[in-house]
Structures are given as C-alpha cells and as structure tokens.
Write a protein that binds this ligand. Structure first.
Ligand code: FES
Length: 123
C-alpha cells in the first residue's frame, strides 16, 4: 500500500544506532539526507555512482535479496575501504517493504593512529 513505512536501523562509524521510518522507494542515500543522520561525508557524489562514500554493509539475508549489482557499482565498491561481501552503495538501494526491521552498518573508519597505538605494559 502506498505511504507505508519501513523501519530501518542505521549504525554509524562510531557504532551509534539510529532507527528511522522510511518511505518505500527512497534510496538509502535519500534517507540519510532526509533524516539528517550523523554519518560523516556520506553520499559525496549525490548518487551518481562517482564515489564510494555511501558504502553500507547489509545483513546477509537482506543482501541476498537486493536488486542485482551493476558493473559501475562494482567498480566504485572496489575503491571503498572496509569492503565486505555484503557491501553495497546506499544510493543504489531503494527501500522496499520486505526490508522492514533491517540494520545497515556504515563501515568503521580506519584510524591509523588507533591502529598504531600499542598497549603499554607496566608489568
Ligand atoms: Fe556516490 Fe553513492 S553517493 S556512489
């Protein structure tokens, strides 16, 4: 039915979860913009398949049911950091009713300084 809302949970780079009700047919990029979700530099190319900043990680059961991926999206995803086997570009995925209750994750930002941080033992 038109106007029905789909519940989607977003987990941002910091692990903070935001749950929003979304109109069917909107892309996940539309949702992030409309709901003003706190995801830094998301959707830099405004959905024109010219970046990979809208990279989202899906649950496997959801990923398996998404529309087929096109070559242009594959090429952009290849450039994304933190790529997983259930990664897609959020601007290419439209919300459908069956997605109700799904959780999408923004890849954790890789922080060089944290990576290099060493545990200091005082033993
Ligand atoms: Fe740039 Fe999706 S917003 S590819």
């Amino acid at each position: 039915s038109s106007g029905s809302k789909v519940l989607v949970h977003f987990v941002n780079q910091s692990g903070v979860k935001t749950s929003v009700f979304v109109t069917e047919g909107e892309t996940l990029l539309d949702v992030v913009i409309k709901k003003n979700l706190d995801i830094s530099s998301f959707g830099a190319c405004e959905g024109t398949l010219a970046c990979s900043t809208c990279h989202l990680i899906f649950e496997e059961s959801v990923y398996d049911k998404l529309e087929p991926i096109v070559d242009e999206e594959v090429d952009m995803l290849d450039l994304a950091y933190g790529l997983t086997k259930t990664s897609r570009l959020g601007c290419q995925v439209s919300v459908e009713h069956w997605m109700d209750g799904m959780t999408v994750h923004v890849p954790q930002e890789i922080n060089d300084q944290q990576g290099k941080q060493e545990a200091v033992s005082s033993k």
